[in-house]
Write a protein that binds this ligand. Structure first.
Ligand SMILES: [Zn+2]
Length: 230
C-alpha cells in the first residue's frame, strides 16, 4: 500500500483533529517531555503518533498508519504503545480516538491503591463522571509490553478511560476532542483527590452518581457482559 492510498483512507480532517487535540494536550500540561501518544481510527486503520514524537508538533501528513491487526502500513515507526490503542478499539467499537498521556496527577493516582475495583478514582466531583465514568486500574507492565494490551482486553469493567498502574492514563472518545477532554477530566479528578489532606472528604452519593452517568451515557459499576451490544 502506498503512503497516499494508506493515508487517504483516514480523512485529512480527522488527522488534523488528532494533531490539534495532541497540541491541546501539551498546552494543558498533560504531556510532559515527549510522553504520550494519540490515535484516530477509521475502519480497520488507525493513524497514531510516531515513536518519540512531540505531541505539540505532530504533522497530519506524517502520522504512522497501522492496521487494526497491528501491521505498520506506512509513515514513520508508530509509538511502541500502539497495541494499547488497538486493544481499546477492539473492546469498544464505537470509539474513534484515543489519548494516552503521563499527566502528573493521573500518574500519581495510578501509584495509589485503587479507590474501588471498578474505579481507581473516588467520585468527588461530577465532571469526570459526565465525561468518562468509571476508570478502572489496569495492572502494570512496562510501556510497549503487549501484555499490557492483554490486561486492557481482559478488564471485566466497561470503560472509556483507565489508569495504568504506575504509568499514566488512557481515554477514548468518539472523536479526538472528546478523548482529549476525557483525559483532562481524569487528570482533574486525580488532582482533586490528591489535594484532599486526609480520607475525610465527601463523595457524591450513589444516587447522584447513577443519575449523572446515566444522563451522560457513561459507565458506572458496569461490567463488559452487562454493556449494551455494539
Ligand atoms: Zn505510556
Amino acid at each position: 500500500m502506498s503512503l497516499d492510498s494508506a493515508t487517504g483512507t483516514i480523512a485529512l480532517d480527522q488527522r488534523i483533529a488528532l494533531v490539534s487535540a495532541a497540541a491541546a494536550a501539551t498546552t494543558a500540561g498533560l504531556s510532559p517531555g515527549r510522553s504520550g501518544n494519540v490515535s484516530v481510527r477509521d475502519g480497520d486503520l488507525l493513524a497514531i503518533s510516531p515513536t518519540n514524537a512531540d505531541l505539540a508538533a505532530l504533522d497530519p501528513d506524517a502520522l504512522s498508519i497501522v492496521a487494526l491487526d497491528g501491521r505498520h502500513l506506512d509513515g514513520p515507526r508508530p509509538s511502541k504503545e500502539v497495541f494499547l490503542h488497538i486493544a481499546l478499539y477492539e473492546r469498544d467499537t464505537e470509539m474513534r480516538s484515543i489519548v494516552h498521556v503521563h499527566s502528573p496527577h493521573a500518574v500519581a493516582a495510578s501509584c495509589r491503591e485503587p479507590w474501588a475495583d471498578h474505579c481507581a478514582l473516588p467520585p468527588v466531583t461530577p465532571y469526570f463522571l459526565m465525561k468518562v465514568g468509571q476508570v478502572p486500574l489496569i495492572p502494570f507492565y512496562a510501556p510497549g509490553d503487549v501484555r499490557q494490551a492483554d490486561e486492557v482486553r481482559r478488564s471485566p469493567w466497561r470503560f472509556r478511560g483507565a489508569l495504568l498502574a504506575n504509568h499514566g492514563q488512557i481515554t477514548a472518545g468518539q472523536n479526538p476532542d472528546a478523548a482529549l477532554h476525557a483525559a483532562i477530566e481524569v487528570e482533574e479528578a486525580a488532582r482533586t483527590w490528591l489535594l484532599q489532606p486526609d480520607d475525610r472528604y465527601r463523595l457524591l452519593t450513589e444516587d447522584q452518581i447513577v443519575e449523572l452517568t446515566q444522563r451522560y451515557g457513561m459507565p458506572w459499576r458496569e461490567r463488559v457482559s452487562e454493556a449494551p451490544s455494539a
